[in-house]
Design a protein around this ligand. Structure first.
Ligand SMILES: [Zn+2]
Length: 224
């Protein structure tokens, strides 16, 4: 999809290009904002495209590079019975226009605790009744008051609505040499190629599952 087909203005593009994670934030900078992905990208992710073994390897490497701690808040992760667990592996995406074309580009993989990961899927969190937790996490990480966190969630919904009618090429070149996806040598795929690459919603243990917001699976649940 080309930028000229969208009818978006300068303000829209500023909203669309907001970065929601800043692991390198200095004191006083915003460390994390709420996020939610547009429907055209749901399930079209690395976990859907890679073998389970390849995804687990990436997830493990991401966790180890972060010292098995969340890169945003520094928390360790625990599973049932307080069992130590690798943090979730989250794809940090950038939405941008390159040569007039809309692109979803993988910036890097990051290790996140469950609480911070929920902030990055704030739409799903709301459906699960976890918006209070999202507000609490934003306040804790950014030293915000609740009203600031709530304003940021509203901004994320505005961005979500803005992006809902848009389709994006997929740029995974940050992982060249580390993964193989389909026949793609350079790990860049046009929007209409994405469907055939695989979808994490179709990898449920009982076969395909309906792609609704309520059915989003949890991500990166590998134990240490
Ligand atoms: Zn965290």
């Amino acid at each position: 999809m080309t930028a000229s087909d969208t009818g978006l203005d300068k303000h829209d593009w500023q909203l669309l290009s907001v970065l929601t994670l800043n692991p390198d934030a200095t004191p006083g900078e915003v460390r994390m904002r709420a996020d939610m992905l547009p429907p055209s990208t749901w399930g079209s992710n690395l976990r859907g495209m890679l073998t389970n073994a390849a995804w687990r390897k990436l997830s493990r490497e991401t966790s180890e590079a972060a010292g098995r701690r969340c890169v945003i808040c520094g928390s360790e992760s625990f599973g049932p019975n307080h069992t130590p667990q690798n943090p979730d592996c989250h794809e940090m995406w950038v939405f941008e226009v390159v040569d007039g074309v809309l692109v979803q580009r993988l910036e890097r993989l990051v290790a996140l605790c469950k609480a911070c990961h929920n902030v990055q899927h704030a739409g799903r969190a709301e459906k699960l009744g976890l918006t209070g937790d999202v507000v609490d996490t934003l306040c804790r990480v950014n030293r915000w008051v609740p009203a600031e966190a709530e304003d940021d969630i509203d901004r994320a919904w505005d961005r979500y609505e803005l992006m809902s009618g848009l389709e994006f090429d997929l740029d995974l070149r940050a992982l060249v040499g580390r993964i193989q996806v389909g026949d793609g040598v350079d790990l860049y795929f046009q929007a209409d190629e994405r469907e055939k690459l695989g979808n994490s919603w179709l990898k449920g243990p009982n076969g395909p599952i309906a792609p609704t917001l309520f059915d989003l699976p949890t991500e990166g649940e590998e134990r240490r």
